[in-house]
Design a protein around this ligand. Structure first.
Ligand code: THU
Length: 158
């Protein structure tokens, strides 16, 4: 896990974060006024974005990270290298980095197992002056996954 300055990101990480930032504008956030954008880098270099989608019944809300994964999956991508996440609060005076919630960490872990990659997670505040890069294994140590159930996920590696 490391703090990184925007200028020190690789060109791909910068592009991924900028795609996540653009995706934030599509968030449906009438309840929290907290927009989140995520951008996944697939194993072939394609970038797929998502944003959070809220609901009047609150619990059906979907985070940006899982929205990006669902979209990438529907596009035929199950193998990823990296994800960038950025957020912005419209009604609170805060500007923290956006780190994935526990549920998203669990879903990211599942896809890290399919990908065979300890997924990189690039987390940023809205100004992009606070950025942390971590691996999913650092965000979710001792994760429960397909191995615990002795499940073969190899057929999904594509
Ligand atoms: N949210 C995300 O989309 N991703 C995160 O990593 C944290 C939280 C969303 C869920 C909800 O729409 C809003 O942010 C406030 O919790």
């Amino acid at each position: 896990m490391k703090n990184v300055k925007y200028d020190n990101l690789t060109e791909i990480q910068k592009k991924l974060l900028n795609e996540a930032e653009k995706a934030m504008q599509t968030a449906y956030i009438p309840y929290s006024h907290f927009s989140v954008g995520a951008a996944l880098l697939t194993s072939d270099g394609t970038m797929v974005t998502g944003s959070n989608i809220e609901n009047a019944s609150y619990s059906p809300s979907i985070c940006a990270e899982r929205s990006a994964i669902a979209r990438a999956n529907a596009m035929g991508f199950k193998m990823y290298k990296s994800i960038a996440v950025i957020s912005k609060s419209e009604n609170r005076d805060l500007d923290n980095i956006c780190s994935p919630c526990g549920v998203c960490r669990q879903v990211l872990y599942e896809f890290s197992q399919i990908s065979g990659v300890d997924l990189e997670v690039v987390m940023s505040n809205s100004n992009k002056d606070k950025i942390i890069i971590a691996k999913i294994s650092e965000l979710l140590p001792l994760a429960f996954g397909p191995n615990n159930l002795n499940v073969n996920i190899k057929p999904y590696k594509k």
